[in-house]
Design a protein around this ligand. Structure first.
Ligand code: BMX
Ligand code: CA
Length: 310
């Protein structure tokens, strides 16, 4: 008989869920598209379906002790409520996610911001291990993040600590952000923003997937490489400014865009090194070790962290 937690990562594009063991191992993973424009009940329904599918896949005798959810949006984790959300998850603000899903699933449900979940996973099992002070950056459909200081995740006075996608970014002036603002780093370096920059540069209005831009860059398309390099450099500069403020031992960057690999990292590193104060010259910028599963594994740790597991 095995005991499992289910971790769920609710992003602007996909909802990924997995069975996670007490040692942080991910057994089975399921990915469903996020019904991001259909409102809260559609999102809740998709999370419910993912959890029920994983639960049904377990052999007789295995048990699920709880569900941990990392989601886009500012989250009051103690109450299990979404405090605010950008247009990436339309209608999500105000949703009592923990109560609603507890009622539907009959399992303990814990919830936190997705950047926080990624940080919890990497802090315990990944690139953040052994570090007390880490700045986490999650680059995906949006840009989020988290702060671990003194070995503890900091959530702030209004639950938004580490919500770093809405920093003004040099070179992004005027670009519309999912939050309704303009010129933020999310509007310059998220997956959809890089893809939009490529469409502008190349005039090819058909491309909507960053992976296509990355493949073209790898095949020698200068416009594609330029769009990625420019975004990565801006991201590096903005993260350097945040690092100067926070003074971390390490910066860990995760999320789908961080998976782009060698096209993304050198310009990101260059932008970062150009922006740090001298004492931070050697601060490492590390890729999230758990890769695309970091937020799932981290979300699962919420079940124990909040003490709600049976
Ligand atoms: C947005 C915001 C953040 C989130 C980030 C990354 C919402 C719904 N989302 O800035 O809370 O961390 O996007 O989100 O308000 P993802 O969709 O790329 O995972
Ligand atoms: Ca956060």
């Amino acid at each position: 008989m095995n005991r499992w937690r289910i971790g769920v990562d609710v992003g602007g594009t996909k909802i990924a869920a997995g069975l996670v063991s007490t040692t942080g191992l991910l057994d089975e993973r399921l990915v469903l598209p996020t019904p991001a424009t259909e409102g809260a009940s559609a999102i809740l329904g998709t999370v419910q379906r993912a959890v029920e599918t994983l639960r049904a896949s377990l052999p007789p005798g295995d048990v699920v002790t709880g569900v941990g959810i990392g989601t886009g949006g500012v989250v009051d984790h103690a109450r299990g409520v979404i405090v605010s959300a950008t247009g990436l998850l339309h209608g999500w603000a105000g949703t009592r996610v923990a109560d609603e899903l507890h009622a539907r699933l009959g399992l303990p449900v814990a919830i936190d911001n997705d950047g926080n979940a990624l940080a919890l996973g990497e802090h315990r099992f990944g690139a953040g291990r052994g570090h007390q002070d880490v700045l986490y950056v999650a680059v995906g459909t949006g840009i989020g993040g988290a702060l671990v200081l003194g070995g503890e995740l900091r959530r702030g006075a209004h639950h938004s600590a580490g919500e770093l996608g809405h920093q003004p970014a040099p070179g992004a002036e005027g670009r519309p952000c999912s939050c309704g603002g303009r010129g933020h780093i999310e509007a310059a370096a998220s997956g959809p923003s890089i893809t939009a920059a490529y469409r502008e540069r190349s005039g090819d209005t058909q491309v909507t997937d960053l992976r296509v831009v990355a493949a073209r860059a790898a095949a020698g398309d200068g416009q594609a490489a330029g769009a990625i390099e420019e975004a990565a450099t801006i991201l590096g500069k903005v993260v350097a400014g945040l690092a100067n403020t926070v003074d971390p031992e390490a910066v860990v960057i995760g999320g789908g865009v961080a998976q782009l690999g060698p096209i993304l990292w050198p310009p990101l590193e260059t932008g970062f090194r150009a922006g740090t104060l001298p004492p931070l010259a050697d601060v490492p910028v590390l890729p999230a070790l758990l890769g695309p599963t970091a937020a799932i594994v981290g979300a699962a740790t919420l079940v124990a962290d909040t003490g709600s597991a049976a």
